[in-house]
Every structure is written in C-alpha cells, then in structure tokens.
Ligand binder design. Structure first.
Ligand code: C5P
Length: 285
C-alpha cells in the first residue's frame, strides 16, 4: 500500500446555473453545466495512527481545522461505511479562496474520498464515491468525477457529454476576496422559474440563452460582483459570468494572450482582488 498520495482538487465552474424550484427540504432543484479547471487546492494523504488535518497554502489562515471541516467529515464518513479506523494524516494546500463558488470545500472533500479510497485499499468505484459524497454536500458528487457534465436535482444527477469548451480553453477567475454564504444567496433567489436550459449546447447558446439565476441575489449581498462582471465585459471575452453562488466571476477567452491582457487590466483596476489565469480541463480520476 502507498504511504503517501497527492492529488489536485480541481476548481469547478458553473457555466450556467438555472434555478427551477425551491424544494420542501430547503434545497433547490437546478439545471446546471459544470466544467473543471487545471488549477485547484492540493490534497496529500499519508498513513498515520490517527486522523489529523494540516492546512497550508495561501488561503490556509481563512479555514479553521475543526471537526466540521469537510475533509475530516469525508474521512470519518468513509471509514464508517468501510467499517475501518479513520487513520490518516491529511495535508490540504488551500490555493483557492474559501466560500467562493468554485468548488473549494466540495472539491477538497471529493479529493479526500478519492485518495483515502486508495490509501485504505477500498477500491470503491467513482460512482460509489460520488453517492457517498452527496451526504457531504450537493457539489461533492460532481467533484468526485471532475469532468464536464450537465446536472439536475441539487446538482447530483449527472449526465456526462462532450464539453462545450474543449480542454485548455483559457479562463480568467476574479474574486473580490469576500466570502459568500451559499444558503443566504439561495434564500435571496426571487422564486421565479426563468426556464430550463435550452436544448442547444454551444458557446452561442451559453452566451445568449443561459444564465446564472443566482447573480441578482449575490449582487445584492456583494455589489463588487457587478463591478467585476462589468469590467470583465470590457476585456474581449467570449463569455462572462458568475460561478455558483459567487462571488467568483469568470471570463472565457479565445486565446491566452487575450486572457493574460485581461488579467493585467483587472489587476491594475482592482489591485486587492484575487485573480487566477487558468484553463478548462477534464480530469481522469
Ligand atoms: O449541499 P451544500 O452544503 O453544499 O449546500 C449548502 C447550502 O446551499 C444548502 O444548505 C442550501 O441552503 C443551499 N443549496 C440549495 N440548493 C442546492 C444546493 C445548495 O438551496 N441545489
């Protein structure tokens, strides 16, 4: 058995997010298109006599190592199901801002499931890991796979298909360094169903017929999001949108030169904001 394993916990983007209805359990039924990026947090697991978590990296200070941490919850849940002892030393390199609409905690939990599956020699399928992950959060199942997909339900009913944006499509992420509470943003949704995703799957359909229905609610709580969307709209982007419940916004570019020029423009205009030049990537976990 390996003594130490590492893996990226890729960031996710919602290329579109249509909220269809509020459910009796407090969650919302969605229709959404997920894609994944070449950047993310990084998780390392090693054999140990007990369960422990160490958080390092640029955003480590913003995340407490407490019992509620999704990585620790993932480890305990998995050990409980496997009827084995939850023994591992886990190092989480937190490269992405927390509570920012790009997966973060869900991607970390999914990476913990994938890695502990190997460390503990369980050999569970990705489908089983995804089913287990749903108990940890609505976005965990899709993060287990980290591949482009369309999702319904709370985001857990996944259909894998050819991505609208091919691998290595240049993407710029911008976050105003303001953590956003997902429940608060969903609570602020106006309750009006604005329609299903269209049938067409193309960049044109993404641009003109798809939306993120949580944007108005997120802008009401964090007006910086509107400033970012407006600024990105002036950078020769193919698509500009908020991801998830925000506050991270993203822009898609035809080439890396346009993306990198946009990053320089945004960094000059908003020196305090977090930006990341990345690209789409379907992972093979
Ligand atoms: O499942 P997760 O813990 O990531 O969701 C956080 C919160 O976001 C939920 O408690 C719920 O308030 C809201 N949510 C929702 N509908 C979804 C996903 C999340 O209302 N489909």
């Amino acid at each position: 058995m390996p003594s130490e394993l590492s893996q990226i916990a890729p960031a996710k983007l919602n290329l579109a997010l249509h909220v269809r209805r509020r459910r009796d359990d407090g969650y919302h039924d969605l229709e959404t298109l997920f894609c994944f990026l070449g950047h993310g947090d990084c998780l390392t697991v090693g054999a140990a006599d007990a369960l422990s978590l160490e958080i390092v990296g640029p955003f480590a200070d913003e995340l407490a190592v407490d019992e509620d941490n999704l990585v620790l919850r993932a480890a305990r849940l998995m050990a409980g199901q496997a009827a084995c002892a939850a023994k591992a030393h886990i190092i989480l390199e937190k490269n992405l801002p927390i509570a920012s609409g790009i997966g973060g905690g869900s991607a970390d939990a999914a990476a913990a499931l994938r890695l502990l599956n190997r460390l503990w020699g369980l050999d569970w399928s990705p489908v089983r890991l995804a089913e287990l992950g749903l108990a940890l959060g609505a976005d965990v199942p899709v993060c287990v796979h980290s591949r482009y997909c369309e999702a319904q339900g709370v985001g857990d009913v996944m259909t894998f298909s050819a991505p609208i944006l091919p691998d290595n499509t240049p993407i710029l992420l911008v976050n105003p360094k303001q953590a956003i509470s997902t429940p608060a943003i969903f609570k602020g949704w106006d309750g009006i169903d604005k329609g299903a995703l269209p049938k067409a799957r193309s960049l044109t359909a993404l641009q003109h017929e798809m939306r993120n229905d949580l944007t108005p609610s997120a802008v009401a709580i964090c007006p910086e999001i509107k400033r970012i969307l407006d600024a990105l709209g002036e950078t020769n982007a193919e698509l500009v949108r908020m991801s998830g419940s925000g506050a991270t916004c993203f822009a898609v570019y035809a080439d890396t030169a346009k993306r990198d020029a946009a990053q320089r423009t945004i960094e000059t205009r908003f020196p305090d904001y977090w930006t990341l030049a990345s690209h789409t990537l379907n992972h093979d976990f």
